[in-house]
Design a protein around this ligand. Structure first.
Ligand code: NAP
Ligand code: ZN
Length: 334
């Protein structure tokens, strides 16, 4: 079966129309006709080969929503016609200790939806049925697609570490950051956003933030006031910031948690001796994605999106690169 897609043919290039032949469906897989696909900054990292794992032609896309069109003969959990979502992960070995404990994202043999295989900037995809998650009926496809990667990535650490009495900082208000504000708000946290874009202040507050710190104009006085005041700071950026300053903003026992996939840490050990925690995480398991979608349904969490037909993918990526998307680009099929 021939599939139409958009692919990058070399590092840092624009995407071009591309056709590929889909591999035959295995017994445990489903064929999904894609209707929507969010554009995550990880897609840009892949196009640019930032992580040195890209191969070309590269069809990005891992925030997919679509309709099951065919099921392999061993698939029991999905039926033809069901609406499903697919995130970063499309498969895993199924029997390692992490697969067995429901932490499939740590499986050494995990299959990433758009690494070494075509992803969601296409008309069809094939995934292991376990990684195609049914979408609750009252969640719209376009505003839900970004939850499949961006949403689960921030939900996972918030679910582990956030509770109503904490004060949390969110660094970067992009695709992940704006969803972190929405989820942390639903968890009842006090939220302070650290951003490099002043114009985002009003919408940060509409989404549930209590304060907004414009990083380029942070004064010495403000730094003093922020010291030892946060229980948790969640970084969604992929650049190097002054991490020692952010550590100084944590209360004893506090946590600086990274989900942004870039940058380095250079931290003098004495800076973390007040029982501070530095941690990071990747996405979340299929069962946590299911839970997150149900939580999103109950708390009416929707990504703020700009939509583009698949043919305008380069325009959308350009906006993402220059940080003018508000707050997630979502591709759809005309
Ligand atoms: P995004 O939509 O581009 O948002 C990133 C935000 O970072 C921007 O909106 C901007 O926020 C801030 N930023 C950008 N350039 C900056 C700079 N030079 N200095 C300071 N801040 C800057 O990206 P995203 O899709 O949210 O993804 C963010 C990161 O998470 C990427 O590295 C992505 O690969 C990673 N990611 C990780 C996982 C995981 O499993 N851990 C999953 C998905 C994505 P302001 O305008 O507010 O400053
Ligand atoms: Zn992603």
């Amino acid at each position: 079966m021939k599939v139409s897609a958009y692919a990058s043919f070399q590092e840092k290039s624009e995407l071009e129309p591309y056709e590929f032949e889909l591999k035959p469906l295995q017994d445990h897989e489903v064929l999904v006709k894609i209707t929507h696909c969010g554009i995550c900054h990880s897609d840009v990292h892949l196009i640019d080969n930032d992580w040195k794992i890209s191969s070309y032609p590269l069809v990005p896309g891992h925030e997919i929503i679509g309709i099951v069109e065919k099921t392999g003969k061993n698939v029991k959990n999905l039926k033809i016609g069901m609406r499903v979502g697919i995130g970063w992960q499309a498969g895993s070995c199924g029997h390692c200790e992490y697969c067995l404990m429901g932490q499939e994202q740590f499986c050494e043999k995990h299959i990433a939806t758009c690494v070494g295989r075509p992803g969601g900037f296409a008309t069809y995809t094939v995934v292991e049925s376990k990684f195609a998650i049914p979408i609750p009926e009252d969640l719209p496809s376009d505003t839900t697609a970004p939850l499949l990667c961006g949403g689960i990535t921030v939900y996972n650490p918030l679910r582990n570490f956030a509770h109503p009495s904490i004060k949390i900082g969110v660094i970067g208000m992009g695709g992940l950051g704006h969803l972190a504000i929405e989820f942390a708000s639903a968890f009842g946290c006090e939220i302070i956003v650290f951003s490099t874009t002043k114009e985002k202040e009003r919408e940060a507050k509409e989404l549930g933030a209590h304060h907004f710190v414009y990083l380029p104009e942070l004064t010495k006085k403000e730094i003093r006031l922020l010291k030892r005041s946060f229980d948790m700071i969640l970084s969604t950026v992929f650049v190097d910031l002054d991490w020692n300053m952010f550590l100084s903003f944590l209360k004893p026992n506090g946590r600086l948690h990274f989900v942004g996939a870039g940058g380095t840490l250079n931290i003098p050990i004495p800076n973390i001796l007040e029982n501070l925690h530095i941690s990071g995480s990747i996405i979340g398991s299929p069962s946590l994605i299911k839970e997150m979608l149900e939580f999103a349904r109950r708390h009416k969490i929707k990504a703020k999106i700009e939509t583009f037909p698949l043919e305008e993918v380069n325009q959308a990526i350009r906006k993402l690169r220059n940080n003018t998307i508000r707050y997630r680009a979502v591709l759809f099929h005309k």
